[in-house]
Design a protein around this ligand. Structure first.
Ligand code: NAP
Length: 298
């Protein structure tokens, strides 16, 4: 008979923190080198960012993207439209950017005002410049395992997992959240790396019965304290994509960080985890687009 004794060390264990800021800085350093190489061969990578209206959160995101581009030497152009701008005006600008060989990436900041239908706008972007990866072509490419531009947030998560040397093959992964921009592409990308993936969403009954099985748990629901320690397997890797502003102004993820860090083997903080990676992977996609353009040159 085996007698299991309490191990004092277990009471004080704490997960390793995956530092998204540090990984992002590393990836940005690689970006700078790639941009320099492109410039030496006569190509200046450029991103166009379109924004409709003056939503303060969107304005901050756009400012961060423009700043990040400048940091690695990517040229950026910002187009800000009045909140009442029609779809046609926006489409006209997208068509002209599609035709402009000096622009390699086109991004429409979301959300758009409710009078503008999202899909026709996203699908008007040339798939070869769709650095957010939201065009049907790129979604299809992702499903069939040949992603051209992987959506930036799940792409960033993958890079964090790689950095922490977390094996994916054969691992049980649970993705909480099934949105088109995070949960679904995340699940597909992990499946392509031979993980066994389960996707949960708001109508999932008894979320904990799924999360407890996860070797790797990726949470992108936008619900503070959704994931409590008792829902996490001991030694699991926990990636918190959520960003929530509490009434007291504090920024938190979807995971009870302090509780879960005592049980997990790795965990990402909020802020400073997935967030810095999202903008960084936008830079990576823009550079990749410019490199594709360079290969197409006669
Ligand atoms: P979203 O479009 O609102 O989707 C949320 C998803 O979570 C939906 O699939 C929803 O299920 C599911 N969900 C909601 N409540 C749930 C619950 N109680 N249990 C299980 N699933 C639940 O949001 P999103 O754009 O994917 O973003 C998710 C979170 O990530 C947000 O906090 C957002 O701010 C953050 N985010 C962060 C970054 C970053 O760079 N760190 C980037 C993008 C998003 P249904 O489909 O059934 O409604």
């Amino acid at each position: 008979m085996t007698i299991l004794r309490a191990q004092p060390g277990l009471l004080t264990r704490s997960a390793q923190i995956i530092d998204g800021k540090a990984v992002a800085a590393e990836v940005r350093a690689e970006c700078r080198i790639r941009v320099q190489k492109l410039k030496q061969s006569g190509i200046a990578p450029a991103l166009a960012v379109l924004m409709v209206g003056n939503d303060p959160a969107s304005a901050i995101y756009v400012r961060n993207k423009i700043k990040a581009c400048a940091e690695v030497g990517i040229h950026s152009e910002q187009f800000v439209f009045d909140k009442d701008t029609s779809s046609d005006v926006l489409l006209e600008r997208i068509h002209s950017l599609n035709a402009n060989p000096m622009i390699h990436g086109i991004l429409v900041q979301l959300p758009l005002p409710s009078h503008i239908a999202l899909k026709p706008i996203l699908h008007a972007i040339d798939p070869q410049k769709d650095v957010d990866g939201f065009h049907l072509y790129n979604v299809g490419a992702l499903v069939s395992g040949s992603a051209v531009f992987p959506p930036c947030t799940p792409f960033g998560v993958l890079r964090l997992l790689e950095h922490a040397k977390i094996p994916l093959e054969g691992q049980n992964v649970v993705v909480v959240g099934a949105s088109n921009i995070v949960g679904k592409p995340m699940a597909l990308m992990l499946m392509q790396r031979d993980a066994t993936v389960c996707i949960c969403h708001a109508k999932t009954r008894d979320l904990a019965q799924f999360t407890i099985l996860a070797d790797i748990l990726v949470v992108a629901a936008g619900r503070p304290s959704l994931i409590l320690p008792q829902m996490v397997k001991t030694g699991a890797v926990v990636i918190d994509v959520g960003i929530n502003r509490l009434p007291n102004g504090r920024l938190v993820g979807d995971v009870d960080f302090e509780g879960v860090r005592k049980k997990a083997s790795f965990v990402t903080p909020v802020p400073g985890g997935v967030g810095p990676m999202t903008v960084t992977m936008l830079l990576v996609n823009t550079i990749a687009s410019a490199e594709h353009a360079a290969h197409r040159m006669p």
